[in-house]
Design a protein around this ligand. Sequence first.
Ligand SMILES: Cc1ncc(C[n+]2csc(CCOP(=O)(O)OP(=O)(O)O)c2C)c(N)n1
Ligand SMILES: [Mg+2]
Length: 325
Amino acid sequence: MTGLTDAVLLKLYRDMLLVREFEQQLENDQKRGRVPGLLHTGVGQEATLAAIAHVLDPADAFFPDHRCHGLCLLAGSPGDRLMAEILGKAAGVCGGRGGSMHLADRSVGNFGGNVVEGSMLATALGPALAWQMRGERHISAVILGDGTVGRGEFNESLNLASVWKLPVLYCCINNQYAISTHVTAAHPSANMSDLAAGYQLPTAMVDGNDIVAAAEAARLAAAYVRAGRGPYFLEFHTWRWQGIFSGEMRSPDEVRLWKEDREPLRRARADLLLRGAASAAELDAIATEVRETVAGWARFAHESPLPDPATALDFVYADPEVLTL
Ligand SMILES: Cc1ncc(C[n+]2csc(CCOP(=O)(O)OP(=O)(O)O)c2C)c(N)n1
Ligand SMILES: [Mg+2]
């Protein structure tokens, strides 16, 4: 059973399509040398990202990881300026200074990603503590991969959040690989919730490729944290299409399983048709509209200028008057 209405499920479906289209546009741009630096995409993880975005609002804080362009987009950053940012353009949400790995946009609650895996696990405690002290009911959500669970900050963060009952929502995207290391080679359990549970906070695991299940699990977790009951560890089981390098060992059977049987967009579409929430033609029309929307963003990003070299030192140093105070 789910409390999600057809209208909400259709919105989530469009959200997932937006993420897929946005990311695949960027992958194409990268192949053509248009993306400065690294590009990690969330292709294959769209249901998980849509479910997380669905329960956050701009008054919350979230800390994206390196595979979260889609979450930043669904949180409300304008798609054209987000894409411009990833291409390093002046019109980007961070003036082209952040790029893919350091996307931030405080206007939508995005406190910024960081290339140092795990560092946001510590930073996320900051807003959570502030809100607790002020008696405000917001969520500090931090996104982490299975590989990041191996970092020391994982333990420090969960320990303190649990002891102080901080409003932190841990969103663990367990896609089974850290670079090319399988989760079973890196951790004593394939379920990161088993490791989190030692810190005495509630945990849940959900199929992160099933949008209905993922959105419902996210709703329950967010409600718990928002009610001031303390932190919550929510683990999404999913699989990323993008390897980190071309020599990665994934068997043809594994690839087929995740790209076909468990493919999140195909499952969401089949579910919507089964419910009678929309016709095939209506779903096709949503896909066309999404493609055109993202193409418009790409045009904007491609045509935008790079930052003026004369501004290279802007935002690097604090105002000297502040320093002399
Ligand atoms: C502290 C630190 N160590 C190593 C890296 C290099 N690195 C980038 S992504 C990655 C793997 C992360 O795996 P996971 O958390 O599972 O995320 P995924 O890429 O699978 O989404 C590593 C080790 C880093 N960015 N930061
Ligand atoms: Mg991983």
